[in-house]
Ligand binder design. Structure first.
Ligand code: LLP
Length: 869
């Protein structure tokens, strides 16, 4: 028994703490490690620290040990590695000679080793092992010098490589798995080392005691194997991100931290693209039922992701969307595949022959398409050509590359299909080469061209949340977004209504349901748009909210008005007597002749979106300057029902019919003054208007008579105040580029939602609170009759209990209205403070398409409206 062993410590459970390259590359990071080890010890654990090599060192060792290297170059590489570690030892206040002198000598000896000439595999393993040996030695000496009673342990004395059938010599030395069954006496031998140990990731030994390597990402796997062998309480992987996310945060800042995953889900996420954990490290933990934690070294107290056994009450839902780039598809059209025995065996034998591993498979009677994972083999050789030549003996072959696989991961994927219609529609706009759904019901993968994949992710993520396929309300699973975490302690922007709570409570006292609009917010949004210098004219789409005071506010800000009915035109002139008619656009859809007549009588701008009015009522348009609304063939927007382009939508003239329209206009004696496109509503990606501009400008060039382009509205407003707002600067930038390209066109836009959505809230009073079969419902006095958007578009609006704003959330409930329809649900699974009859609820971001879409259904009254100056 060694002096550190006390009977108590012997029975204490182990925790394994693993630190990656960036977590072991500076003195402060080692201080953090020391603090964490001390903390776990004080919590009563025995602690095993597993470390990677210092950042960059493994890459350098791989280069040094690569076959074909010459000795002079290797000596230089070894000298650089020596300097790197000596310098780091000094930074840690250690004497390099004492701490790592023997390892430096080994490094140089390996360069001169006779095995180096042929880059023998066991020689490569010895070289690669040095990175972790260096870092663990330095860390051990540093932490000991700083008062931690910690022992250095050689991983090769405890982790054994597993011999597998069919294993290549390369894999048996440089990409091994470890045995998870402890050898006899393992526990005693291990415990005899002490109760606080530091060891190496990435390396182990074979039964002859020779060094073997676990392969890239191996430190995670080492930690997991030690966790399994020791039956540890848990394995903690310390890294430089807070955990696993529902998408790659660099591509999707709204991605949510996943606080709880089961082993199988985590395995799928890691295997389908997420880099934070190596996929190989999950199965040892799963087999031994050891929980795996992911933690962030720079925020040690923050609880990251916990991976453990599946929870009994886990609801189905998409947990993450991941992408893998560099995918190669091989599409094979079978000659006589139908019912032919052994066809697939013939095909796959050829993949095996070329050392290619097949990932996804899609097959029909006539075609088999498979995906190949990116591998060194693929990148560095002409293996694909050779494969294609071989395959062409049995079928016709087409290679499609580069592709990307976009995977939705989560439990119960099949039961979610009905919620994926918007996601499928999004894929429907791109070329999807292959769809695959795994029988473990955890994975649904779409393979698309690599170039389009990244751009699709933010939108797909948003749609999944929207459709409640990704249940982000489950606070046990979904944590804060990346963006919120990055913003750190900075408070969220406080909405205008938080400062006017008293006024709003008084307003609610005068009757609910009631919409309240804040004019300063409308002004602020208008001024944002005014700052976009490339825009020549701005119009407000009054359909979003025609409240007269809003119209007056926007008139004063220099806006014109976009109307879609004779009623809206009348309303504008009644609300703003004396308004110059050239400040009014009329953009109707399937309107009656009389409405065009009324608009023309007012002398406002009229937009046609088909040739019908010209053909059937030519006399109305003779001598007029007209606008033409085009449909470039696709729509955008927050929901299928608000996309106004593409063959499924009734709006706009198809580009193919442009010439026909121009001829008819000439015949009638009308001039096409401007081209217009509005492709949908609730678009958060500013590059959309660059595309619209490009298409309109191209059409304008072909016509020759065009003076102005109207890029429509559609600017999105996020459902949550914490989310990134619409990027006006990006829009300004895009439009400035467009303007510079074609300065001859006057640029117009006509947003609605953007100007008013954030300026409005809906106040409702709680009628009843009922728990039925475990679902808690808070009833309010206005439902889909008052605010239609949740029922019609599954739109999300945040709900607050204005009467109890200062109380913490205590319940999870659905907020429902009084209408006799099952769809009368304003919000699902929301957290609220405990809520009672008579409380006032506030539904946020309802200034656009709120009151104006209310109805008298069930003969309930229309909502009141109030304005705050
Ligand atoms: N221009 C035209 C020709 C439009 O049809 C629309 C909206 C706009 C401009 C203004 O789009 P905005 O900037 O507001 O996105 N009720 C749906 C929105 C329908 C939008 C209809 N057209 C909703 O609540 O989301």
């Amino acid at each position: 028994m060694t002096h550190t062993d006390s009977p108590g410590a012997r029975s204490a459970p182990w925790v394994v703490l693993k630190f990656g390259g960036s977590s072991v590359s500076s003195r402060t990071r080692w201080d953090t490690i020391g603090g964490l080890v001390a903390k776990r010890k004080s919590e009563g654990f025995r602690v095993l620290v597993v470390v990677s090599a210092v950042s960059g060192v493994t890459n350098a060792l791989v280069a040094l040990s690569a076959p074909g290297g010459d000795i002079a170059q290797r000596r230089e590489q070894a000298a650089a590695l020596e300097t790197r570690h000596r310098t780091f030892a000094q930074e840690l206040g250690l004497d390099p000679e004492t701490v790592i002198g023997d390892l430096i000598a080994q490094l140089h000896a390996l360069v001169d080793d006779p095995r180096a000439a042929v880059s023998a595999l066991d020689w490569q393993a010895d070289v690669l092992a040095l990175g972790e040996l260096f870092s663990s030695r330095l860390g051990s000496a540093y932490l000991s010098a700083n008062g931690l009673d910690l022992r250095w342990s050689d991983a090769r004395a405890f982790l054994r490589a597993q011999v597998l059938p069919n294993q290549s010599d390369w894999a048996a030395r440089l990409s091994v798995n470890c045995r998870l069954q402890p050898e006899p006496g393992f526990h005693e031998r291990f415990a005899a080392q002490g109760d606080t140990l530091i060891t190496q990731g990435f390396i182990c030994a074979d039964d002859d005691g020779r060094t073997a390597i676990l392969g890239r990402g191996g430190s995670d796997t080492s930690a997991a194997c030690f966790g399994a062998l020791l039956g540890a309480q848990r394995v903690e992987t310390w890294t430089d991100v807070p955990g696993m996310f529902s998408a790659n945060p660099r591509q999707v800042p709204q991605a949510r931290l996943l606080t709880r995953l089961d082993y199988e889900e985590a395995q799928e996420i890691a295997s389908t693209g997420a880099k934070v954990l190596h996929p190989r490290c999950i199965s040892p933990c799963r087999e031994a039922r050891v929980p795996l934690w992911i933690r962030d070294t720079s925020r040690p107290d923050f609880e990251g992701t916990v991976i453990g056994p599946r929870l009994a009450d886990a609801a189905p839902g998409v947990k993450a969307i991941s992408t893998k780039r560099g995918i190669v598809l091989v599409s094979m059209d079978g000659i006589g595949m139908w019912q032919q025995v052994g066809f697939l065996a013939d095909v796959f034998e050829r993949f095996k022959r070329h050392g290619l591993s097949v990932d996804l498979i899609g097959s029909s009677e006539a075609n088999v398409t498979v995906s190949l994972d990116p591998s060194d083999n693929l990148v560095t050789t002409d293996v694909l050509e050779r494969l294609a030549a071989d395959l062409s003996e049995v079928c016709r072959v087409k290679v499609i590359a580069p592709c990307a696989a976009i995977t939705l991961v989560g439990r119960g994927m099949r039961s979610l299909l009905h919620k994926l219609s918007d996601v499928l529609a999004e894929f429907g706009r791109e070329r999807v080469h292959l769809i695959s759904q795994s029988s473990n019901d955890l994975n649904l993968t779409f393979v698309v061209d690599e170039a389009v994949a990244e751009g699709m992710l933010p939108r797909l993520h948003e749609l999944l949340i929207h459709a409640q396929a990704m249940p982000v309300e489950e606070t046990a699973v979904f944590g804060p977004s990346w963006q919120e975490l990055e913003r750190g302690a900075a408070p969220l922007p406080s909405p205008w209504w938080a400062q006017r709570r008293q006024v709003l409570m008084q307003q609610a006292g005068q009757g609910t349901p009631c919409y309240v609009y804040d004019l300063p917010t409308v002004r602020e949004k208008a001024r944002g748009l005014r700052r976009i210098g490339a825009l020549d004219r701005r119009f407000y789409a009054i359909k979003a909210n025609p409240h007269p005071q809003i119209l007056r506010t926007l008139e004063a800000e220099g806006f014109g008005f976009e109307c879609v009915s004779a009623g809206e035109i009348e309303h504008v002139f009644n609300s703003l007597p004396g308004l110059d008619p050239t400040r009014v656009l009329f953009t109707p859809s399937f309107a009656a002749r009389s409405e065009y007549e009324a608009a023309l009588a007012h002398d406002v701008w009229v937009t046609l979106d088909s040739v019908y009015p010209l053909r059937h009522w030519p006399e109305l348009f003779a001598g007029r300057d007209l606008w033409l609304r085009l449909d470039p063939g696709y729509g955008r927007g927050h929901h299928e029902k608000v996309r106004t382009g593409g063959s499924g939508a009734k709006f706009g003239l198809p580009l193919a019919a442009l010439e026909d329209f121009a001829q008819e206009a000439r015949r009638v004696g009308a001039r096409i003054f401007g081209l217009h496109a509005h492709l949908g509503s609730g678009i958060l990606d500013a590059s959309h208007w660059r595309d619209v501009f490009g298409r309109l400008a191209a059409a304008a060039e072909s016509l020759g008579t065009i003076s102005a382009l109207n890029l429509g509205g559609g600017l999105g407003v996020p459902a949550e105040r914490g989310a990134d707002p619409f990027d006006l600067d990006a829009l300004a930038h895009t439009l400035a580029e467009a303007k510079a390209l074609c300065p001859q066109y006057s640029l117009w836009m006509e947003p609605g939602r953007y100007l008013v959505a954030d300026a409005g809230v809906l106040l409702l009073r709680v009628t009843q609170v009922i728990d039925k079969g475990g679902v808690l419902r808070v009833g309010v006095d206005g439902g889909m009759n008052t605010l239609l958007r949740p029922a019609l578009y599954n739109a999300r609006h945040e709900v607050f209990n204005l009467s109890r704003l200062d109380e913490g959330d205590a319940i999870s409930c659905d907020v429902v209205g009084p209408i006799c329809e099952t769809g009368d649900v304003l919000a699902r699974r929301r957290r609220l403070p405990e809520t009672f009859e008579g409380d006032v609820l506030l539904v946020d971001t309802t200034g656009a398409y709120g009151a104006v879409m209310a109805s008298a259904y069930n003969l309930r009254g229309l909502p009141a409206e109030a304005v705050l100056e």
